[in-house]
Design a protein. Structure first.
Length: 216
């Protein structure tokens, strides 16, 4: 499926405010990978990106984005992060065109984030631990370094973006949607279908409600 909607910025600010107050049940307060374009429609050089989402003011100095080869599990790329997550919670890393610049508008950082096509994984680490990981593609006979089950390997020009920035189910297949139109620097999709696990839960609740009504 493809989704092209976006959250409004004021919605993002409200969400972040609730994060800060700790009043939003189940909110994702840890910095996570929010969107990745790893295969541009055309040349990847300078056009691909990785987007992070986390609490504003988080200092990223010394953190790493690692590319993990799906064939043998080896780390083929380390991208050192520097900077601070801005007030809207979105930190955008644009791929280096080769001269220290990027073609990704609004990038907060320029780095070598041209990660391989699937099956591969991207791992986010702070100075002491793994914070998040996204694996994409068919890992049959390979090494999966993501979370849960792998997200699909998308077509050129498509990105992988989180359904819900307030919820990390630690399962790439359930957490990420395929976007036909990437949204670098913007909060990913607003009106998105609920993940399958949530739909299953809701259907169960509705079924139980129906049984209760019949009994009454």
């Amino acid at each position: 499926m493809t989704y092209t909607g976006k959250f409004r910025r004021n919605g993002a600010r409200l969400l972040l405010g609730l994060m800060a107050m700790g009043t939003f049940a189940g909110v994702q307060a840890q910095t996570i990978i929010s969107e990745v374009l790893y295969d541009a429609d055309g040349t990847d050089n300078g056009n691909v990106f990785v987007e992070l989402f986390g609490p504003p003011g988080t200092v990223l100095d010394g953190w790493l984005l690692q590319g993990v080869n799906g064939a043998d599990g080896s780390i083929y790329r380390n991208v050192l992060l520097v900077g601070t997550i801005p007030p809207d919670g979105v930190f955008l890393i644009g791929d280096d065109s080769g001269d220290g610049s990027t073609l990704v508008d609004g990038a907060d950082l320029v780095g070598e984030v041209d990660f391989q096509n699937g099956p591969d994984s991207i791992v986010l680490r702070d100075t002491s631990a793994i914070l998040d990981a996204l694996g994409y593609g068919d890992f049959s006979g390979g090494v999966f370094s993501g979370e849960g089950s792998a997200a699909p390997d998308v077509l050129a020009g498509y990105s992988l973006a989180r359904y819900d920035l307030s919820l990390d189910m630690n399962n790439n297949l359930l957490d990420f949607a395929v976007l036909e139109r990437p949204t670098p620097g913007d909060i990913p999709p607003a009106a998105v279908p609920l993940p399958p696990a949530v739909l299953l839960l809701l259907s169960g609740i509705l079924a139980l409600t129906g049984i209760a009504r019949k009994r009454s």
